[in-house]
Write a protein that binds this ligand. Sequence first.
Ligand code: HEC
Ligand code: HEC
Length: 263
Amino acid sequence: MKRLSRLRRHRAAGPVLLIFALFTIGTTFQVASAVNQENANVQSRSAAIAEGKEIFLRGCSSCHGLNAEGQEIAPSLIGVGAASVDFQVGTGRMPMADMSQQAMRKAPVYSPEEVHALATYVASLAPGPAVPGDELLNYERDGSVAEGGELFRTNCAMCHNFAGQGGALTQGKYAPTVMGVQPKHIYEAMITGPQAMPVFSDKTLTPEEKLSIIKWIKSAESEPQLGGVALGRVGPVTEGLLAWTLGIGLLIGVAVWLAAKAR
Ligand code: HEC
Ligand code: HEC
């Protein structure tokens, strides 16, 4: 007891106790909030599944079946994964409007929250490719434009054209342009292979290689003219004429200036 009271009267006792108390409060709080976070995650996931199922029954089940099992007019969605739903609904291809040729890109019918709910519901039916996270899509930080261009030319150009502008395929189908597509949707197209497009698994193209392809597409988008000053793409004749006029104008100017100086 004597020792304790001596300790208590020690000069450092106050600060030490304070630090100890703060530490205890901090840890308790951290554990509690981690548990809360966990509960919140589970709750928001089941809420998303319930919401997704409701949207699915209203907007998709007429073609894909009440349990997404598929029927004659549309394939099963069991195991296609969140990535496929996010791509198809996020690019407006689904719900499909006209069943004639190929699902086309349109303005999306559903909000990003509804797309997330639909994707969570379909992913809850069976495992499949997930929506790629931000760490796989940071093309501004990682990846190589040169490597991406080379990979695009060997893997994608035969359908999407060397400049990524898209091209016709057989039977009236086509591969659309890849310019102006969100990085997430480019990645998802590669891992899900919509319609005539093959799936590029992580063995065929590693996540780093996929990112380089995205980086190349984004850099091609920001400089669509391969060399030369943009004149609204008026063509070589006009561009030549402009260079000629400017060049001659400059020469005349210099000549006049020299003549004036010589006098
Ligand atoms: C009018 C009929 C129709 C409706 C409505 C429809 N789909 Fe589809 N869906 C199709 C057809 C047909 C295909 C396969 C052909 C294709 O991909 O173009 C397809 C393909 C898909 C795929 C690709 C499957 C795969 O193998 O990767 C997904 C995902 C999908 N639909 C999700 C949805 C969702 C979610 C909805 C509701 C928002 C929906 N669809 C509404 C007809 C429909
Ligand atoms: C065999 C032909 C083929 C090859 C090879 C191919 N694609 Fe595709 N791609 C398609 C077709 C067809 C579609 C349209 C699918 C649809 O409309 O549902 C498509 C769609 C896409 C889209 C969606 C564009 C949009 O408007 O939303 C992207 C992005 C894409 N491809 C990227 C790639 C990349 C990157 C590669 C190479 C790694 C590649 N594709 C290889 C045929 C191909």
